[in-house]
Design a protein around this ligand. Structure first.
Ligand SMILES: Cc1ncc(COP(=O)(O)O)c(C=O)c1O
Length: 447
């Protein structure tokens, strides 16, 4: 698709976005249903607030401004917006119906496909959201082990068992909060100190931005096995992205259970729980996990089409290549400008993150400044490179060109200590989801 981004003459006109927002704040509290899409992560006064449509890796806001998107729906858009094969599968299914009174044959088709791809998928359950399957995994692990406690590392959705460890824990009984503790990624000692005879499961994102070191995941599996604790991989971000079979294929570790959503249906709402048959069988009678929209057929059709496309086109290799170009390109520019001491791009290539060090000023202000200038140049930027299959070479080259213009501006603003003064809107808010220092509620504080 031709890149028309450069026709954006300056900071975008966001009148329609602001009008919608003014209507929303009167009756919606908060206005967003997904924190990462909300106004706290996009500069008020500069960034658009509402999007209207997308094609491939480009989106258009409600004022008609075009951007290259690097948020990709916060993960689900793995192939690209309005991707023909997936949209055709949805449209075809729509002719036949959406939700039925008996099971859909597509449930079996999707389960067989997943069984053939995900290493631990002896048994498969299908649901709608990431939080659904995370909570189902916790419940079945408790049922299987007859234990209560959970150790976690990463983000696992809005349900009580997890969100009770965070700062937004109001409304959750102490008794529930007491059952979950955290550990530090890449620090097996923090697991060893916390795990005990009542630990039902350890759940973690196999990686977020930091890579596992010193066989951390293998050691974690051994510690869990020795303790009779189930190991659960939360593959919401890693699944179908780092490899078709997710982190378990990439690192060659089969967790007892694993949960997936986001990437595998290119935007449709669907999630998966995969795992050991002897554990999953408890869902037959003892453990309850059912929902009305579980067999909704548009999402099933989209999932089958997306996974098939990912398999045939080796999408994970493409995401790796595109992401490396951007990540390495950013780091080269930062290096050349002598800024590498305070800004870099880290993470796996399929999903990397730009960071700013406090030595150069308030990282949130630095990030706000870069967002403001990237948006001016037609890049919808929130500090992440969530790669999709249709980010074109032109998109990536354009983005690096924008970084080449923006980073010198940041360098000068830092040197003259005027980053805050140059902001044309409200600075960004802190990201709620932690991306490091996960051990916020250790069971045993290391002395
Ligand atoms: C790693 C991880 N687990 C669980 C969830 C929860 O998924 P959902 O928002 O679909 O409930 C998310 C959402 O971002 C996630 O990133």
């Amino acid at each position: 698709m031709a890149n028309k981004i450069e026709s954006n003459p300056g900071y975008p006109n966001i009148t329609n976005s602001d009008d919608l927002y003014a209507r929303a704040v009167k009756i919606m509290h908060p206005v967003t249903q997904t924190l990462a899409k909300g106004p706290g992560q996009f500069m008020k006064g500069v960034a658009p607030k509402y999007l209207k449509r997308g094609k491939n890796a480009h989106v258009w806001d409600v004022d008609g401004n075009e951007y290259i998107d690097y948020n990709m729906g916060i993960g689900p858009i793995s192939l690209g917006y309005c991707y023909d094969r997936v949209d055709a599968a949805i449209a075809n299914q729509l002719k036949d119906g959406i939700t039925f009174s008996l099971m859909s044959e597509l449930e079996v088709e999707l389960a067989e496909l997943v069984h053939s791809i995900i290493p631990n998928a002896e048994s498969i359950r299908i649901s709608k959201t990431g939080a659904d399957v995370c909570s189902a995994a916790i419940r079945i692990a408790r049922a299987f082990t007859g234990r209560k406690k959970v150790l976690c590392c990463g983000y696992h959705g809005w349900h009580d068992w997890y969100i009770g460890i965070t700062s937004r824990d109001k409304g959750i009984p102490e008794e529930v909060k007491d059952l979950t503790n955290t550990f530090e990624y890449n620090n097996i000692e923090t697991v060893i100190q916390s795990i005990d005879a009542d630990t039902a499961c350890v759940i973690l994102e196999p990686f977020i931005f930091e890579a596992p070191k010193d066989n951390f995941l293998q050691k974690l599996q051994e510690v869990c096995k020795k303790n009779g604790t189930l190991l659960i991989f939360d593959e919401m971000w890693t699944g179908f992205r780092i490899a078709l079979g997710g982190a378990q294929e990439y690192f060659k570790i089969k967790p007892d259970l694993a949960v997936y959503s986001k990437a595998f249906a290119n935007g449709m709402p669907i999630s998966l729980l995969t795992g050991r048959k002897d554990v999953m069988q408890l869902f037959e009678k003892d453990v309850f996990f059912f929902t009305t929209f579980g067999g909704e057929a548009l999402s099933l059709a989209a999932a089958i089409a997306t996974i098939s496309e990912m398999k045939e086109k080796n999408v994970s290799a493409a995401l790796d290549k595109k992401g490396a170009f951007l990540k390495d390109g950013y780091n080269t520019i930062a290096e050349e400008l002598g800024m590498a001491s305070y800004t870099k791009c880290t993470g796996y290539n399929c999903r990397s993150m730009v960071t700013f060090d406090a030595s150069a000023g308030d990282p949130l202000l630095l990030k706000s400044f870069v967002q403001q200038e990237m948006i001016k140049r037609g890049v919808l930027w929130a500090g992440f490179h969530n790669m999709c299959f249709t980010h074109s070479e032109e998109d990536l080259a354009y983005t690096l060109k924008a970084y080449r213009e923006v980073l010198p501006l940041l360098k000068e603003a830092v040197r003259e200590n005027k980053v805050a003064a140059l902001l044309k809107g409200e600075p960004l808010e802190t990201v709620f989801r932690k991306v490091s220092n996960y051990n916020i509620k250790p069971k045993t504080v290391k002395s």
